[in-house]
Design a protein around this ligand. Sequence first.
Ligand code: FSO
Ligand code: SF4
Length: 553
Amino acid sequence: MDAKMFCYQCQETAGGKGCTVQGVCGKKPDVAEMQDLLVYVTKGLGAVTTALRAEGKKVAIEVNHRVTMNLFITITNANFDREAIIDVIEETLALKSDLLAQLADASKLPEAAHWTAPRADFEAKAKTVGVLATENEDVRSLRELTMYGLKGLSAYVEHANALGHENEEIDAFMQRALAQLLDDTMDGDALTALVLETGKWGVDGMALLDGANTSTYGHPEISKVKLGVGSRPGILISGHDLKDLERLLEQTKGTGVDVYTHGEMIPAHYYPAFKKYDNLVGNYGNAWWLQKEEFEKFNGAILMTTNCVVPPKDSYKDRLFTTAAVGVPGCTHIPLVNGEKDFTPVIECAKKCAPPTELETGEIVGGFAHEQVFAVADKVVEAVKSGAIKKFVVMAGCDGRMKSREYYGEFAEALPHDTVILTAGCAKYKYIKKDLGDIGGIPRVLDAGQCNDSYSLALIALKLKEVFGLDDVNKLPIAYNIAWYEQKAVIVLLALLHLGVKNIHLGPTLPAFLSPNVAKVLVETFGIGGITNVEDDMAMFGIEVNVPEAAAV
Ligand code: FSO
Ligand code: SF4
């Protein structure tokens, strides 16, 4: 076989099987191999820190942060910069060798814990440590399912860390799980247990981030977000990192530069703390995959704080800046120095740019995170009791470039007027700008925020279970029709499974990394399924299409 690389971690993987020539995302083989090596040395680091903890030794916060950042860097659409990844591998190797020296007994550690080499040897090693190094397809599937869950979890933990919130137990789990992925004595049952345990820590990781966000910026509240543009030059901030947004808003105060959100940054408008910045104008554009067109039209500077970044066109490459886990060769990277970031280059670039070209006008409404929904719980319960709301449909997740995702817009529109969509993540862009109306003042699309805020949807479901006095969350009138794309969706899925949620449907296609046997276990144990077409899926979810009249106004 003539494969130049192998990656099947996201939904858009080539042919639904694996990217072998170059990534559909734009990841080239020379970047893919360094990501493989980074994953390998990070597993080795996990084995060393796990052994240190077993000897009762303390692992420094910086080491925990190195592990989470390394995993975050390898998430889909985060980092395309081979040289930057090589630097991180070198830093990780240096850290690992310092820690190895602290171990009383390192003799039982796997090869990855000991491996080190000069930069010139990275390429040769990288070619031997990718996903396909695990030959048994079921073991590979369970290992990668765990790995993608860990990558998703690393993103949540990294955002919480950025706000000064730590949970050493989650870090210790992540590092132990990385070590276990190197352990050839872990059989199918042990790996299945590890997959499910990852879901438990996924819930904790999401709770950590929720606490970090809400204690720093307040609880999201129902808010209108403007979609039009102003007349001043602007900075478009995308990705998920609220701390970077805060820094940028502080640094742009009084500069005459406006700030707009893009993609997954839109929920920032729902937080009380960001409402005080009058240069936070509104949201520009849609989900990540439209950025080539939209970034070009924005005219100003663009700051990518996390995935999803698409390798840029030359027309705006000099206006694109990256930070944290993100990397794009040729674009300026803003580093964290002594706990701060200096966004002056971004602001200076924006000052020289024309104001954004208007894409649309109007506004959208969001901010239905858990506290806001709990505040209107009486109204919601009444609507369910009266029959005005017959079903909730969780349509959280990701958007993507595949045409098959138009299904989600069509599905939302076909839902009868006695249904409410609960959403989070960039999946919402398929329907949030359609006027789907409201039920007794409750909008039919309730946006909790980023994919990171899917935790809110779980809390809302658990609250409804309590209010209705049910003994099982699956007895609620909630259907799960989730659009997945990358690894954060994997940790959300595993977290929902841990919370006991069954019959989740994933689309537009099931993950390529599920082997037939692993998929069978998920179907039989948890009722996980795929999607087909709007009409058949409505019937499958027990929803009647086109119920004539809208429920009460
Ligand atoms: Fe979307 Fe990208 Fe938030 Fe993902 S921007 S696709 S699950 O990275 O993170 O929802
Ligand atoms: Fe392919 Fe997705 Fe991997 Fe990119 S992240 S190389 S599109 S499987």
